[in-house]
Design a protein around this ligand. Sequence first.
Ligand SMILES: C[S@@+](CC[C@H](N)C(=O)[O-])C[C@H]1O[C@@H](n2cnc3c(N)ncnc32)[C@H](O)[C@@H]1O
Length: 269
Amino acid sequence: MVTIKMWLIAMSVPLLPVITVMVSSRYRVKVSTLWRQALAWTLRFVRRKVCVRSMHAFVFSNCTHGKVDSVLETFDLYAETHPSLCIGPEMGAALAEVVRRVCPSRALELGMHCGYSSVRLLRLLPPAGRLITVELDPPTAELGEEIILVAGFKHSQFQVLTSSSAEAIPTLRSLLEPDQKPSRGFSLVLMDHDPQQYLPDLLALEREELLCPFGCSILLINRKRRAEALRGILDYIRITADLFLKNSFFVDTVEKDFFFFCCSSMKFH
Ligand SMILES: C[S@@+](CC[C@H](N)C(=O)[O-])C[C@H]1O[C@@H](n2cnc3c(N)ncnc32)[C@H](O)[C@@H]1O
C-alpha cells in the first residue's frame, strides 16, 4: 500500500507545473488575489510590531497633501503590509454612518494614535464642527497632529491634547467654551484608547456634564475580541438605557476582530 502511494506521488510530481498552469489560467484572478493576500499577511506577520514613525513617514511621503481621501487611502495601503492599530476602512465606514446620522458639532476622540480615525471624523463634521482628540503618548500625538494638518484640516477645526484621558477630561469644559458661551457638550464620543478606561471615562464625562443633554452617541471600539474588558461599560449602558431612555437605540455589530457599539442617550444630565 505504502509503495503504491509513493509511486503515485512520484508520478504526480512531474505533473505539478501542468496542474499549476491549468489552475492558474482557470482561476487566474482568484489565484493572484490569494497570492497577494498571502504575501501581505506574511509581511504583516514578519513585521509584527506597530511602528507609528514608519506609518507616519509612509503616509507623509506617499499621500497627496491636502487631499483627505488620499491620506486615508495611503494609511490603508500601509496597513496591507504592516501591522496597524488604525480602525481601517471597514470600521471607518461604520463610523462614517454614525457621524452622518449624528452630525455632531462637538466630537471627542480618546486615543488619537497617528490621526487616522481623527481624519475620518473631521472629514464628516459640519462646517462649524470641532474635534478634540486625546493621545497619551507625546511623540505619537505630535505625529498624529501633523497627519491631520497634512490632510488639510486647520487648528480652528481640531485640538490635540497630549495626556491621559483621565487627566484630559476635567480640562475639557474650558476648551469647549473658550468664548464663555455655554456649550451643549459633546454629541459624539469615540473611545479607542484603553478599554479598562472606557467606563471610568464615561462616568467622568457625565460627572463633568460634558455630554450633550439632547443626545450623545458613544462609540466604543474593542480589539482582539477582549469582550471581557468591555463588560463593565456595556452593562452600565444597558442598565442606563433600560432605566432612563425613551428614545435610545443600541447597535451592536460584531465584525472580525472588533466590536462596534453605539448608544444614543438623552439621559446624561
Ligand atoms: C488603538 S490606538 C487608536 C487608533 C486610532 N483610533 C485610529 O484608528 O487611528 C490607541 C491609542 O490610544 C492611546 N492611549 C492608550 N491609553 C490611553 C489613555 N488612557 N488616554 C489617552 N490615550 C491613550 C495609545 O497611545 C494609542 O495611540
